[in-house]
Design a protein around this ligand. Structure first.
Ligand code: SER
Length: 315
């Protein structure tokens, strides 16, 4: 039985990951931590934790008797460009603390990397698992350094570190806040609320994306995978779809025919998007641990609009 401590548990991925883990392993076996308090009631144990405080992280992990740590607390790409030093301190300081806790307690370890770990010199089409990684954003620098550190802790200390390079993640539960792929989440909110959306990413800009249920399943599947099958560890390319803004607009129009799309490009986030791949190759993840995504663009749009309508009506 796993006893899992999760950092950044109220974030975009964390808030849904917690529920998924609690349904898989039992609510009492998953400790949610975050720098802020949850708004309402929680579905299991919760502790306040600033991930830059390594001592407190270790104390909480010990008290809980954790055998697994999932480190999700991080600043996303656009936010990191606004304050690069803060991003470095939070993203790298938090990761080092989590790795040290894992080393001290010999825990299994997960942290997400990202398509942001690639840069303009990376092949843009069918981006291979092993390729050039010279990102031009602080977020990307953090992600590459993070992948290397996780490999280092595996080779040097034998810590069972595992990770994926997530594409843009789309969900109706918690909003991302501060990422470059956020337009593909915002668009659904605005489609329901206003019937129109102004995209800060230009038409023709392809990026990889994935619906949250597939992302959560990928985390569980990778953590459960037979280690003898893993050639790679940090971090696997995973993706479900690649699209550009007018394609997601067209998908929404199949459900909301009057939906209107306009463009007002944000140069900072557009430059970040331009530096990332158009579509990445997930074949290593498929071969080594059976990665599979169930939602394509239209299936995601249908589910997202239905769930979001319910959520917005209730609020
Ligand atoms: N979704 C993230 C971002 O846009 C990429 O990992 O920053």
């Amino acid at each position: 039985m796993k006893k899992i401590i999760v950092t950044g548990a109220l974030g975009q991925i964390g808030s849904e990951l917690i529920e998924k883990l609690r349904s898989e392993y039992g609510a009492e076996n998953v400790l949610a931590t975050d720098i802020r308090k949850p708004d309402g009631a929680t579905s299991g144990p919760f502790e306040l934790l600033d991930v830059t405080d390594g001592k407190q992280m270790l104390e909480l992990a010990k008290k809980f008797g954790a055998d697994t740590i999932m480190h999700m607390a991080a600043l996303l790409s656009a936010k990191a460009e606004e304050n690069p030093l803060f991003a470095w301190n939070l993203n790298m300081g938090g990761l080092m603390n989590a790795l040290e806790v894992a080393r001290e307690m010999d825990m299994q370890f997960f942290t997400p990397s990202s398509i942001g770990a690639f840069g303009p010199s990376t092949p843009k089409q069918n981006t291979p698992q092993d390729t050039l990684q010279r990102p031009t954003t602080m977020y990307g620098v953090n992600k590459v350094a993070g992948e290397l550190l996780c490999d280092y802790y595996y080779h040097k200390f034998g810590i069972d570190t595992r990770g994926v390079r997530f594409p843009g993640l789309i969900s109706y539960v918690a909003q991302p806040g501060g990422g470059t792929t956020d337009y593909a989440v915002d668009i659904y909110y605005k489609a329901i609320e206003e019937g129109k959306y102004t995209s800060f990413i230009a038409e023709g800009t392809y990026m990889d994306m994935m619906y949250m249920p597939d992302a959560l399943q990928a985390i569980v599947d990778l953590m459960e995978a037979d280690p003898s099958k893993l050639v790679h560890r940090n971090a696997f390319n995973v993706t479900a779809m690649s699209f550009e803004p007018s394609q997601i607009a067209a998908s929404i129009q199949k459900c909301i025919p009057d939906f209107q799309m306009a463009y007002e490009v944000d140069p900072v986030r557009q430059a970040i998007a331009n530096s990332w791949p158009d579509n990445i190759d997930p074949s290593a993840a498929i071969e080594e641990w059976g990665f599979k995504a169930n939602y394509d663009l239209d299936a995601m749009t249908e589910d997202m609009l239905a769930k979001l309508k319910k959520k917005l009506k209730a609020s």
